[in-house]
Design a protein around this ligand. Sequence first.
Ligand SMILES: *[C@@H]1O[C@H](CO)[C@@H](O)[C@H](O)[C@H]1NC(C)=O
Ligand SMILES: *[C@@H]1O[C@H](CO)[C@@H](O)[C@H](O)[C@H]1NC(C)=O
Ligand SMILES: *[C@@H]1O[C@H](CO)[C@@H](O)[C@H](O)[C@H]1NC(C)=O
Ligand SMILES: *[C@@H]1O[C@H](CO)[C@@H](O)[C@H](O)[C@H]1NC(C)=O
Ligand SMILES: *[C@@H]1O[C@H](CO)[C@@H](O)[C@H](O)[C@H]1NC(C)=O
Length: 499
Amino acid sequence: MARLWFRKCSRHVARAAVVIFCLGLSHYLHFLSCRSMEESTLSGRKDAFDANRPWATSSISSPGHAPLPRRSENLSPGDEGEAPQPTNRSHHGPPTCRPKTKLAFIKVHKAASSTIMQILQRFGYLRKLSFVQHISRDVNGLYPHGLSKPNFLMPPQGESHDILTYHTVYDRPNIERLLTPDAKFVTILREPFKHFASAFPFYGYKKILNVTAPNPLEAFLENPGFYDNLNRGVYKTKSPMAMDLGLPLRLLSPSYQNEIANTTRQFINKISQEFDLVMISDHFDESLVLFKRLMCWDLKDILYYKYNNYNYSSQYDTSKISQKLRDNHKEWDALDYALYEHFNDTLWKKIAMEGNSFVQELAHFRDVELKMRVHCNSDYSALEPIVISETPWNSAFQIDSEYCTWAKMFHLCYYYLIRDRNSRYQTTLKGHIADEKVQQDGIFYSSPYCSTECENIKKECSLHEYVQHCYLEGFLTKSQSSSRKIKFLSHGGKPLPLE
Ligand SMILES: *[C@@H]1O[C@H](CO)[C@@H](O)[C@H](O)[C@H]1NC(C)=O
Ligand SMILES: *[C@@H]1O[C@H](CO)[C@@H](O)[C@H](O)[C@H]1NC(C)=O
Ligand SMILES: *[C@@H]1O[C@H](CO)[C@@H](O)[C@H](O)[C@H]1NC(C)=O
Ligand SMILES: *[C@@H]1O[C@H](CO)[C@@H](O)[C@H](O)[C@H]1NC(C)=O
Ligand SMILES: *[C@@H]1O[C@H](CO)[C@@H](O)[C@H](O)[C@H]1NC(C)=O
């Protein structure tokens, strides 16, 4: 026992030394003791792949991290069994219900859905949930019909998958098979004209549809059917959002035009029966607060960052486009307009039913959201944590450099870290002990720190993010991973967050 402990320990020290050398942190070496290394490794290993799902065993508020330091009386009462302080708790929070973790988010293109994906990846990653991912490493590999081919999916990390968030066409039977029928179904829509103006340049329709006029967007709107016709195949200019939600392409063809009113009605009925929430990106914050209430998540779970490459505005100036052209678009894209109007109405009806507390919660959310953005945009090395105290809508939490790292992490970094964790899990299942394959040359981008995705992690994550990940996974100790001691602020060449 003691020998084993010593072997493990010295190996870790050797590895840690290399890591620390890589990070230029050798002066922290004396903080390390075998004991803390041993503890962190064992506890990290134990809960890394706990067969119990993390939400069932541990507090959802501390996703595998050291608990928040109790540095302020503002921190959550009830923590450590203290007598609760008198607060007016509405039934909306700080969540007393159990956060829901089975979620299918249908990621409609060009509708601010990447910002939602960012939130879902963070939530699921921190709780070690299982994401539906394509076997090919392509983040868009599930699109359009990848869910129907189970052999082309990464196996679940656990009994079933928890979250679907990458692009795919809505396909309920297959989603229920993967996530279990308990899953919540959520999607997002955007005002169709804005959607069009943003999609047109993004997909390069000028070229695809051979629009040669000087102002291709207006020329297209003069006569959409001329450019996007059946001879060239129906592209995504006609009811693109409905198609992401599973509308069969053939129902949009001219031979079905006399049935379009029925098709529209039936389609809207189907979506409203099958989805728990349809968000509206034009009313993004309202949608998110509804989402939070539906899922019983906490405020810290839904604060979000926007990135430059999630820029949904159009490079065309649409302010001068005539009403006639807008009407043409409405006629061409009729089903999406009907869908949008229906679910925008539904959204506001839902909001009205939530009562006064909704307005208060929304204001509070916006207030904290702004604080978080300003705070996380400052230099991590000088970042003093700010404490968000408990309110009727949230439990207390800290916005510190760790929080900011997860909030700002690029989606492909999440994608590969999640995938890599699953690869390690699958290896463990097969009875291989990843630890025995440690490369003694001490390369940080190798086993056991990463498995099949080392190259992609190196490409998509900053070193700082990767170090925090290794800490979360139990491979590094707190003193090795504290971002306040690591001066790597680069985002790996990734787009900078918007103000
Ligand atoms: C709690 O609610 C009551 C009535 O709804 C109100 O009078 C009181 O001021 C509230 N207390 C706090 C701490 O908000
Ligand atoms: C593109 O449009 C131009 C004129 O509108 C036409 O002359 C040309 O043949 C078209 N090209 C293709 C590939 O359809
Ligand atoms: C539309 O649906 C109604 C009733 O569901 C049916 O009577 C009618 O024939 C349908 N119209 C078309 C054009 O399919
Ligand atoms: C978004 O893109 C538009 C058009 O390319 C550009 O004018 C605008 O400045 C961009 N917004 C941001 C915040 O980068
Ligand atoms: C959505 O509906 C609300 C309430 O009817 C309305 O005020 C708002 O303008 C609509 N949003 C859009 C983007 O059309």
